[in-house]
Ligand binder design. Sequence first.
Ligand code: SF4
Ligand code: SF4
Length: 271
Amino acid sequence: MVIIPAVLTKSIIFPGSIIGGFASIASMLVIVIGVSLALGRGFCSWGCFYGGWDDGASRIVKKPKIKKINPVFRWISFAVLLLVALISAASLNPVYCDWLCPFKTVTEFEKVTSVTVLMKTIVFLTLFAALVIILPVLTGKRIQCTTLCPMGALMALTNKINVFDVRIDKEKCSSCEKCIAACPTLSLNKEEMAAGKPSITCMKCGKCIDACSKQAIHYHIKGTPVDKNFSWARNLFLYPAFLLLVIFLGGPMQSGIILIINLIKTGTLIN
Ligand code: SF4
Ligand code: SF4
C-alpha cells in the first residue's frame, strides 16, 4: 500500500499520522525486514498487537461450537493481498486501511462527519464483530488473521526466506490429529501431515507443539535433521521471538504502568 504508490508518485501515502517525518516509516521497514528474516510469519503470533485481538477471542471458549472448517479459507488473505496491492497502485490510496481494516474500530477511530465516513465505520464495525470476535469465539481459530489480513499473507510469504520452520517427525507421530485441531490458522491438515510440515501460512505460534503428547512436532532449523536438535531450534527461535515481543510491548506496557500509578495517586486516568 505504501511502496507501490511511492515508486509511482515519489511521495509517501500512509494511513495514519507519521511522527518525525519518514523516519518512522524507515524504522517500520527495518523492523519488518528484520522480523521476516528472524521469524517469518512468526510476526503474527509473537509481535502483532492486532492479531492479539482475535487470538484472545479464539481462546475464550474451551470447546468451540464450530469444529470443522475447510482449510481452503486460509488462501483468501492472499487474494486480498493481491487485490489491495493492485487497487492501491491504481488509486494511489491505502485501500485496506481506508475501507477494510477491522482494527479501525479500536485504533485511529475516525469521527463520523460524512456519509462516506459513516459507510466506512459500518464496514469496520461489521468486520470487527464478525471476524475478530464472533467467528473466533465460535471456531477457536484466528479468523481475521487467517482469512482477511493482507499483512499476514505477506508475512506468510516471508516464511520461505526464514531459517525456522515447524516440522513433524513422522516416526514419532501417532496420527492422533490433536495438532490439526489446535492450529488456529488452518495450517495443518492430512496432506500437510503426510508432507511432514504445515503450510506456508503457519505463524509459528507453537500451539500444535503444546498439543502433541508424542513430541512429534517441533520448531526446526531448515537444513538440519528433523529428528535431532529440536530443543536447540526451540531456544534459538524463542530468543528473537521474545525480543520482538519486548520491542512491541515495551512502550505500551511502560505507558500502562504510568497510567496505573497515576490512577492510584490521583484517582483519575486523565493527566
Ligand atoms: S499431535 Fe503429534 S502425534 Fe498427534 S498427529 Fe499431531 S504430530 Fe502426530
Ligand atoms: S502449524 Fe502449529 S505453529 Fe503453525 S500456526 Fe498452526 S499451531 Fe501454530
